[in-house]
Design a protein around this ligand. Structure first.
Ligand code: GTQ
Ligand code: FE2
Length: 348
């Protein structure tokens, strides 16, 4: 508890303030709390109502070249930039004939593809053509540009560790000089064949992120569908898998953990909380999510935020597939990841 201050102590505290010094006894219980007290609320965006009309409107009023990235950032109401205190969530669109020019940055990025066909992300000159539900990786400091040769629009979710990296004061970025494209260096989907087919090159793999840049939804969905036959459900997660770096078994990126999850029709998860802050997108199906005091009705491509240390549960009205990402990969490296399952004591 903070000690109540008498007049002499108050005067002392005030005097110290001018020197940018604080007596610890006046603030102790605000800086070393008994448990995490999230600084952000949960948030929800309905894709059809809150996102789609506006990203289509953005596509009418600005070109990808002009915008550099045609992106609408989904912000937590408590933050200037970020869906959580560590991660951003944004919606990007590209139209036929457009190029989003190559650049690189120390922030890592992921994409969950929402709608459309035919656009690619090129990572270090390797094109990855995107399909609905695909999880695409843009490791930190890799050159990346996006493009679309065919007609029509393509829309996807971007998740980046911008608030985390910026908070740590470690942000760098660079624009590629030239016509927008980083030169094509490898055939499309080369990384998937080289590293993602259950085989690996003989040479050692040294990069810190997954050498695979695309985790196609087709494969994700088939894995979940086949595994449901095992009838091996986790009370808090249903059937939840992590996307993995095939060279290490670790998370795909050093800072961001990514997941795919199946909740079969009628399944209701038991309450769960952890120190990670998570952004969830419903890739398929319908259901209901309860996050803290809030309850959200989920449809395809709806997005919600689970703040750190907040109880949440999900109920599937239909077979429900969730794609999600969190700061767990960073927290684990700092030995700060903790979890608690409903009706289990907290073990720290
Ligand atoms: O596609 O390169 O949402 O650099 C934010 C920053 C997307 C991107 C974002 C970026 C990108
Ligand atoms: Fe980028």
């Amino acid at each position: 508890m903070e000690a109540a201050q008498n007049e002499v102590q108050q005067a002392f505290t005030a005097k110290m303030q001018a020197k940018h010094i604080t007596p610890l006894w006046t603030i102790a219980n605000r800086i070393v709390m008994r448990e995490p007290t999230p600084k952000i609320p949960s948030v929800f965006w309905n894709y059809q109502r809150d996102i789609r009309p506006y990203i289509l409107e953005a596509a009418d009023i600005i070109t990808a070249a002009e915008a550099h990235r045609r992106v609408l950032v989904l912000n937590n109401p408590e933050l200037k930039h970020g869906a959580t205190h560590t991660l951003t969530c944004a919606i990007q669109a590209i139209k036929g004939g457009e190029i989003a020019p190559a650049h690189r940055h120390s922030q890592a990025a992921l994409r969950f593809v929402i709608e459309g066909e035919g656009a690619y992300t090129a990572v270090n000159g390797e094109r990855i053509y995107m399909h609905q539900g695909d999880f695409i990786v843009t490791p930190a400091w890799t050159w990346h540009d996006h493009g679309k040769e065919s007609d029509g629009i393509m829309i996807w979710l971007d998740g980046l560790d911008v608030p985390l990296v910026n908070h740590l004061g470690a942000t760098f970025s660079d624009d590629y000089e030239g016509d927008g494209h980083f030169p094509q260096s490898r055939p499309p989907h080369d990384s998937f064949s080289r590293y993602g087919s259950g085989m690996l090159p003989l040479a050692p793999i040294t990069q810190r992120s997954s050498p695979v840049f695309a985790y196609p939804y087709e494969r994700t969905r088939a894995a979940l569908e086949n595994l449901r036959k095992a009838n091996d459900w986790d009370a808090c997660h249903g059937l939840k898998l992590k996307f993995a770096n095939p060279a290490t078994g670790d998370w795909v990126m050093p800072t961001i953990a990514t997941f795919a999850q199946l909740l079969p029709k009628g399944f209701k998860t038991a309450p769960y909380r952890s120190t990670e802050a998570t952004v969830v997108m419903a890739a398929e199906g319908t259901g209901k999510a309860t996050v803290g005091e809030q309850t959200y009705t989920l449809g395809k491509n709806d997005i919600f935020v689970v703040p750190n240390w907040t109880w949440w549960q999900v109920e599937a009205s239909d077979d429900l597939v969730l794609l999600s990402y969190s700061d767990r990969a960073a927290l684990e490296k700092l030995d700060l990841w903790r979890e608690q399952r409903a009706n289990e004591p907290l073990q720290l």
